[in-house]
Design a protein around this ligand. Sequence first.
Ligand SMILES: [Zn+2]
Ligand SMILES: [Zn+2]
Length: 371
Amino acid sequence: MRYDFGGTHSLRQERIKLARELLSSLGVLEHPGVREVPAGAGLEEEILLIHSKEYVEAVKASGRNPSGAGWRYMGYGLGTLDNPVFADMYDASALHVGGTIRAGRAVLSEDVDHAFNLGGGFHHASRSRASGFCVFNDVAIVISALLEEGLHRVLYVDVDAHHGDGVQYSFYSDPRVLTISLHEDGRYLFPGTGFVKELGEGEGEGYSVNVPLPPYTGDTEYMRAFEEVVPPLAESFKPQVIVTQLGVDTHYSDPLTHLNLTTNAHRRIAEELHGLAHDISNGRWVAAGGGGYEPSAVARSWTLMFGAMVERELEDRIPDSWPPIYESLLGGKVNVLTLTDPKVPSRPGVGREVERVLEEVRRALSPYHRL
Ligand SMILES: [Zn+2]
Ligand SMILES: [Zn+2]
């Protein structure tokens, strides 16, 4: 919650608390087999697995004196409209890193199959630059930490509406990390990358996979694209662990994007990933949150995804105790009182457009993988 770009910014971290409170009000956190653990801040040496020392110093210095930062740190992407400088930015960002690292270590070395850090998924940050609301790239950092632990096949799946550029380019020439990002086509949405031809380079060629989807792609077309690409690649790559960025700004109500998914698709995505983890990576699944700018949709989607992760059918009706929490954190009224959404009609023609994208993906990947 201290990761706070200010009251007029699109990123409302209250959404994380809302998701956590919704899980709690449904009793999910008390299920046998579910543990909630404190995170603690990520260490600087962990942050330095991905980021440069000079950038880390810039994050520290600018957050010590946000009002005096002005233009000084713009070269690091700090002090922009997307990434305003805020007090104690380093500590707040390091805490998100610590959460995802904690999730990674739990899955790697403790008696835990899956772990979910709702407060992670900052997939746009690059080595020396903040970008797209992201200061430290916790997902790239955990992948790097897992490689340091000796793993050599990590599958990264990014379902955020925005391309996972920071993670892709962190491992662009590294064949140990297969990155797959499904997102809204970069011609229509930030960050403007994630085209099919971005396939990796050098030894990593063929290990960056992108599925750019047309605006208004709905549940049916999205799941068709997911099924066509993610399970076959996972089966041929045989990852030792699956790391996912579970941004839910693909939701039809999201104010920043133009995809048309419902919370029902979000649950199905998580069910698919869960099945793949058990079938292929010995259950190992490290999940982080990500984008999502309509807070009640975010809370409902992550609750359903968590339910899929722990194999629980959740009561669809939202408990009466939750709306007052929403209202006290964000004001306004909660107008959706079920976890699932009604069906959203597909835009005519979008199915054919998605088929064309899939054909392009199959063709581009054919020298490297069987799809
Ligand atoms: Zn996003
Ligand atoms: Zn499981």
